[in-house]
Write a protein that binds this ligand. Structure first.
Ligand code: LLP
Length: 400
């Protein structure tokens, strides 16, 4: 990919996504589950650009959404309501009502209080809410603590015993229809054993529920499949699917899988231009025009992203790549061997397709970057760079 040309054409900072790679990644997971009926419900939170969602809709993808905003995006992009799931630990009343009105596939319930709330709202609307309970299998996913979610110390889901109680309650309510069961133990998973263990625990609960005539049709295994940022060993989708399917013998359920990062993470890069180089005596800094407001992962999680200076490799020495934001935590890379750069050189920050643009902000009154898609060798703009006027639009009319 000619990053220099793209940077010239669209300006920097810039997100670039390879839609063909997204198709390949989607198809890898879909094929891995081919032994069963399955819905790949892409985790919209990873990258919610409408054109990207439309691309996935065309491939047959469903959507895992965590706000009514994400649900509306998915619908707008052409993902059918019967492939949309509503997850999240804190859904508002109006979000639940709208999700019910839009007749999505089901709502993932994360607490007893939420089950009652959904029942009440469904009753008011004269509807029956299809639900699934998010079970917390209390398994350590062996990933970064910030993105681990399947331990009882995390805020997500309910314990097995509570789950049973919720299913009994749901079965007895005319306004609730328990159709699914759900777990998600964490993100950026690189070990198979915890997934298999979690799946086995939840499968056992499912069998017990089915024995008492609770007709669970959907086994939702969450997302979390990890990708390679540096040198991580990753899980093959086929092995992932086999590990899960091996726990489900004797059942006939549709598998739902909610991958986000696996589909888009390595299909995206972040391009930023070198502004200056600076040496402080003990350190060398490459100062670029992108900042932590554009791509937060290094600052927030100390996440590793490979960086490369386009077309240069000579005279390499250790350097930090840092942004212009007024925070010491504003960096993309630390102590990397990087060539001597000049004003205008393009730095590529790799693996930036997931949790990149979606976690960006306007901190320091910085307009968010443009986004570009590459498909079949052609590039096209899929989100305009924000302008200063756009940033202040919600404030100006209140100025006195
Ligand atoms: N399903 C549920 C219920 C989730 O909570 C998540 C992610 C996913 C699916 C998708 O997980 P994935 O396949 O993308 O790993 N901002 C963090 C990641 C947060 C993930 C939150 N939940 C990061 O930049 O690493």
């Amino acid at each position: 990919m000619d990053y220099k040309a793209l940077a010239q054409k669209y300006g920097t900072p810039l997100y670039v996504y390879d839609f063909d790679e997204i198709s390949r990644n989607y198809n890898k997971i879909k094929t891995a589950f081919k032994a069963r009926k399955s819905i790949i419900a892409y985790a919209v939170k990873a990258n919610s650009n409408l054109s990207l969602l439309k691309h996935l809709a065309n491939l047959g993808s469903g959507a895992d959404c965590v706000s009514i905003g994400e649900i509306k995006r998915a619908l707008l992009a052409g993902i059918p309501n019967y492939k949309i799931i509503f997850s999240g630990v804190g859904k508002r009343d109006d979000e639940i009502a709208e999700a019910l009105e839009k007749d999505i596939l089901f709502i993932n319930i994360e607490s007893e209080a939420e089950l009652f709330r959904v029942e009440e709202i469904a009753a008011k609307l004269g509807k029956q809410a299809r639900i699934s309970v998010r079970v917390n299998p209390n398994i350590d996913p062996l990933t970064h603590p910030y993105i681990s979610t399947g331990l009882s110390e995390n805020k997500f889901g309910v314990a097995i015993d509570t789950a049973k109680k919720l299913y009994l309650k749901a079965k007895s309510s005319p306004y609730l229809n328990p159709v699914g069961i759900h777990f998600h133990i964490g993100s950026q998973l690189t070990e198979l054993a915890p997934i298999k263990e979690a799946s086995a625990i939840v499968a056992e609960l499912t069998r017990a529920l089915q024995k008492i005539d609770i007709d669970i049709k959907f086994f939702d295994v969450g997302g979390g499949l990890g990708i390679r940022y540096k040198d991580e060993k990753t899980i093959e989708p086929y092995d992932y699917a086999q590990a899960i399917l091996s726990t489900l013998s004797g059942t006939d359920m549709t598998i739902i899988c909610e991958p986000g990062r696996f589909i888009v993470g390595n299909a995206g890069v972040f391009l930023t231009s070198v502004l200056y180089e600076k040496e402080t005596g003990s350190k060398r800094f490459i100062i670029v025009d992108g900042g932590m407001n554009d791509l937060l992962r290094p600052s927030l999680y100390n996440a590793y992203h490979e960086v490369e200076v386009v077309g240069k490799s000579e005279d390499a020495s250790l350097a930090d790549v840092v942004g212009p934001v007024c925070e010491s935590g504003d960096f993309f890379a630390k102590d990397r061997l990087l060539p001597k750069t000049e004003h205008g050189d393009i730095v590529v920050v790799k693996s930036a397709g997931a949790y990149g643009f979606v976690m960006s902000s306007n901190y320091n009154t910085r307009p968010r970057p443009a986004e570009v898609a590459i498909e079949g060798g052609e590039d096209r703009l899929i989100r305009e760079r924000e302008s200063f006027e756009y940033l202040i639009e919600k404030e100006v009319r209140f100025m006195v």
